[in-house]
Design a protein around this ligand. Structure first.
Ligand SMILES: Cc1cc2nc3c(=O)[nH]c(=O)nc-3n(C[C@H](O)[C@H](O)[C@H](O)COP(=O)(O)O)c2cc1C
Length: 172
């Protein structure tokens, strides 16, 4: 599959089979995250890999009851390392760059997950304070994305995208 095909074919998956993910797949997903770009190469991001059913249940509740979060065999909790970024870039690091560092990793993971025949969803709607409490995340880290992943049990069609003309303005 070409990269553009992988990008276009990836979908948010919100139904998963009850089947665990091979460890080597998880390793490849982590590797993809690790190699994403980051501001000043500070890599201001940390990830928790949650497999524990009770913790996944609590995460789903913290995400306003989105049920697929606890149905997924694995949930990656992606956190911005606020202080690491602030040490390099002050407020801009703390408020912006570390979020980009996480986002770049998240997209790398989503594409790798799709290429492995797995599925996932980028989840941003959750109570950060509750998630930090459930997983005992220190205040220097900000949990910003949940990624439930597993074998897909649905094949959604592609939601529309705006046209290139709408999204881009060419300035000669
Ligand atoms: C920042 C962000 C937050 C999102 N939060 C959620 C969420 O909380 N729950 C959910 O079901 N999908 C969430 N999504 C997934 C989007 O709904 C999805 O990417 C979009 O509808 C396009 O569909 P596609 O991913 O299949 O191309 C989020 C995506 C992004 C980028």
């Amino acid at each position: 599959m070409s990269l553009l095909e992988t990008i276009k074919k990836r979908r948010s998956i919100r139904k998963f089979k009850r089947k665990s993910i091979p460890e080597e797949y998880l390793e490849e997903i982590m590797e993809a995250a690790r190699w994403a770009p980051s501001a000043g190469n500070l890599q201001s991001r940390k990830f928790l890999i949650v497999k524990n059913p009770q913790l996944k249940h609590e995460l789903a509740k913290a995400a306003y009851g989105q049920p697929f979060i606890e149905e997924a065999p694995v949930v990656v909790v992606a956190c911005a390392d606020l202080e690491r970024s602030a040490l390099g870039y002050g407020e801009r690091g703390r408020n912006l760059y570390c979020l980009f560092d996480v986002a770049a990793s998240v997209e790398n993971m989503l594409l790798t997950i799709h290429e492995l025949g797995l599925g996932a969803c980028w989840v941003g709607a959750f109570d950060e304070r509750l998630v930090a409490e459930i997983l005992e995340i220190p205040s220097t880290l900000r949990p910003v994305t949940l990624i439930p992943l597993g074998y897909p049990a649905e094949k959604p069609s592609a939601p529309p995208r705006v046209s290139v003309d709408e999204a881009f303005t060419i300035i000669d």
